[in-house]
Design a binder for this molecule. Structure first.
Ligand code: 2BA
Length: 109
């Protein structure tokens, strides 16, 4: 058995969970936020059999889309009289960041 953890854009999370449920995969959604952009994203975790991992990755890939976002870089420390014009920096976020980990034991009690 494997634990699949997918960090996805907030806007894709509901569609992804619905698509997983439609194929009878049980999933849990956490609200999370990215360390770099400090914006809300969603973390979806699901336990699946080894032979279902590729199906799950396919569903994640079909429902999560990459987006370009802009970040304002931290301004440098300025000396008096110096001038700094901040330019937003473009970063590409997602589709999805996915981790697949082995599960030693799974119980539903
Ligand atoms: P954030 O940390 O907010 O990162 C958002 C996007 O900013 C990243 O997209 C990447 O394009 C860029 N980025 C992140 N750190 C950077 C850095 N040090 N320098 C330049 N650009 C940087 P993604 O790579 O698609 O990541 C989307 C979200 O997935 C991340 O949000 C974070 O919440 C999570 N994530 C990504 N890699 C991870 C990892 N190795 N471990 C844990 N979480 C991860």
């Amino acid at each position: 058995m494997k634990l699949v953890t997918a960090i996805v854009h907030n806007e894709d999370a509901s569609t992804l969970v619905d698509a997983l449920l439609e194929k009878e995969f049980r999933a849990t959604r956490f609200n999370s936020s990215g360390g770099f952009l400090k914006q809300g994203n969603a973390t979806i975790v699901l336990g699946v059999e080894d032979d279902q991992v590729e199906d799950v990755l396919g569903i994640i890939s079909a429902n999560c889309h990459s987006r370009k976002q802009f970040v304002n870089p931290m301004p440098p420390i300025m000396e008096p009289g110096e001038f700094y014009m901040p330019y937003p920096v473009e970063v590409e976020v997602g589709g999805a960041t996915v981790f697949v980990q082995p599960i030693e034991r799974f119980e539903r009690l």
